[in-house]
Design a protein around this ligand. Structure first.
Ligand code: THU
Length: 132
């Protein structure tokens, strides 16, 4: 049985895999599927800076590309004073795949954790059913 603490630790550990030669700011993420599997991700940067991808999008795209679609919980970790807030692009990607109320645990290295939903992070977001 996967606990929230397991997810926080996976996210914290994944910072070790981050490819961050430019920012030197490693971020880790862990995503639990309904089937009980944990996917992990880290940020991956590029010499062409804007091409870089955040840990949150890496982990979601890894899981989606493996055929997963039902998610239960996510954790994101960075060495921040407050629990790390996800960027706007990642919030939009989360809003595509997460239920309005799914728990997203934002944490730091002290495990100061803020648990939010995508509705908290990105209210009134553009949704697939806004398309004609
Ligand atoms: N970053 C993430 O991976 N997730 C966040 O929630 C915040 C920012 C990355 C992007 C970039 O590689 C580095 O952190 C500094 O912005």
């Amino acid at each position: 049985m996967v606990t929230t603490n397991n997810l926080l630790e996976e996210a914290i550990n994944m910072r070790n895999k981050a490819y961050v030669p430019y920012s030197e700011f490693p971020v880790g993420a862990a995503l639990l599927t309904k089937s009980g599997k944990i996917y992990t991700g880290c940020n991956i940067e590029n010499a062409s800076y804007p091409v870089s991808c955040c840990a949150e999008r890496v982990v979601i795209f890894k899981a989606i590309s493996e055929g997963e679609i039902d998610f239960v919980e996510m954790a994101v970790a960075a060495d921040t004073t407050r629990p790390v807030p996800p960027c706007g692009s990642c919030r939009q990607v989360m809003s595509e795949f997460f239920s309005r109320t799914m728990h997203i645990h934002l944490t730091n290295l002290n495990k100061d954790t803020k648990t939010v939903s995508i509705e908290d992070l990105l209210p009134f977001s553009f949704q697939p059913n806004d398309l004609p």
